[in-house]
Design a binder for this molecule. Structure first.
Ligand code: ADP
Ligand code: MG
Length: 358
């Protein structure tokens, strides 16, 4: 039995199904991200688990107990929201102890627990400060301490790093993950930011329109997305729709229309006549000025220099293909807009999506 088991959970608002039979398991101590575009049902899922809302159907089992009927305050779940709303007039210590005071803990116990929670988030020595005397990252850690001080059985974080600027957010991601591992707390993190989900999580549940489309480890969702939605939402991808024709022993042609076809290789067997979308990520494509076997001929339309990377927009097969290359050395062969080039990639980088046999 998993530590948290969510089964066939559904939620309807005003006649609209917002969560459509979602289910997932989380092992104790692991970190799951719910990732998806705005409105797909991430916050609703957290609110149901926390007990702020009642589901239309389904069950939530935490540590062996079905908690559907248990009121929020008895579920012992810690939650941090995007607007973590610290009490501005209270000190760090008072903000963190608030939840314990509400629960009528005695004074010495509160003092000890607050000190422990502040140590967990590395804020020992900041007890007397007011929120406005802290940086954004420190305020975020106070909010985290406030959630952890009750020793929750589960930690729920709703876009809780989104308000921070990029650099700080990346630092906090690393810290959050370290703290989560040290405390060993089972965590569900909600985000619409794919990079954040990839860096933080043991598992990612990709959501679309109230459903979980794919639940896997970060590298699996990225390298083996189940469909175009996942491929597109996590990172970038080029898509080529067409019909497969076998060509020799290992190769295929993807017939895109009467004039255009894409030669490709892949690690799996495809039958002649399979309708599918062939997809390849921009960073897997190599640009060369020499023609190689099965390479695609194209013309560079536009190059964006991004410091560590260069992003190429290349016209080929009647569409625009995105290619990303690391700027490894300053002396690297520099292509310019207008150059004719050849594109190729390894067979294992070919993703076959939405396949359908005629
Ligand atoms: N209290 C509510 N009443 C009516 N509709 C709601 C309510 N809460 C959320 N919704 C709707 O449910 C859908 C999912 O919302 P939400 O779970 O907040 O999405 P996310 O967190 O993924 O952005 C949205 O279409 C939203 O408008
Ligand atoms: Mg939300």
């Amino acid at each position: 039995m998993a530590y948290l088991e969510v089964r066939e959970l559904s939620k309807i608002y005003d006649g609209t199904t917002v969560l459509d039979n979602i289910g997932f398991d989380i092992e104790e101590g692991s970190f799951l991200s719910l990732l998806g575009p705005s409105g797909c049902g991430k916050t609703t899922t957290l609110r149901l688990i926390a007990g702020f809302e009642k589901p239309e159907g389904g069950s939530i089992r935490l540590n062996g107990t079905i908690i559907n009927g248990i009121p929020t305050f008895k579920r012992n779940i810690g939650m941090v929201f995007q607007s973590y709303a610290l009490f501005p007039h209270m000190s760090v210590e008072q903000n963190v102890s608030y939840g314990l005071e509400q629960r009528n803990h005695n004074h010495s116990e509160i003092k000890k627990k607050v000190a422990e929670a502040l140590e967990m988030v590395r804020l020992t020595g900041y007890e007397k400060r007011k929120p406005k005397q802290l940086s954004g990252g420190q305020q975020q850690r106070v909010a985290l301490a406030r959630a952890l001080v009750i020793r929750p059985s589960l930690l729920l974080l709703d876009e809780s790093l989104s308000a921070l600027d990029k650099k700080l957010r990346v630092e906090m991601q690393v810290e959050l993950r370290q703290i989560q591992k040290e405390v060993g707390i089972t965590t569900i993190f909600v985000t619409h930011d794919q990079e954040e989900a990839l860096t933080l999580s043991d598992y990612i549940a990709v959501m679309e329109k109230g459903k979980i489309v794919q639940l896997d480890t970060p590298d699996t969702v990225y390298e083996h997305p189940k469909n175009s939605f996942v491929a597109d939402f996590l990172g970038q991808a080029n898509f080529f729709p067409g019909v497969v024709r076998r060509e020799g022993n290992h190769g295929y042609l993807l017939m895109m229309d009467e004039k255009q076809y894409l030669p490709f290789r892949c690690d799996e067997f495809l039958e002649d006549g399979t309708h599918c979308t062939v997809s390849v990520r921009p960073e897997k494509i190599t640009i060369s000025d020499r023609e190689e076997h099965q390479a695609i001929r194209g013309k560079i339309e536009f190059i964006t220099y991004a410091g560590n990377l260069s992003i190429f927009r290349i016209r080929a097969l009647g569409q625009e293909i995105k290619v990303q290359q690391q700027n490894i050395s300053a002396g690297q062969r520099k292509f310019v807009a207008g150059d004719s080039v050849f594109l190729s990639w390894e067979p294992e980088s070919t993703l076959i999506l939405e396949r359908e046999k005629e």
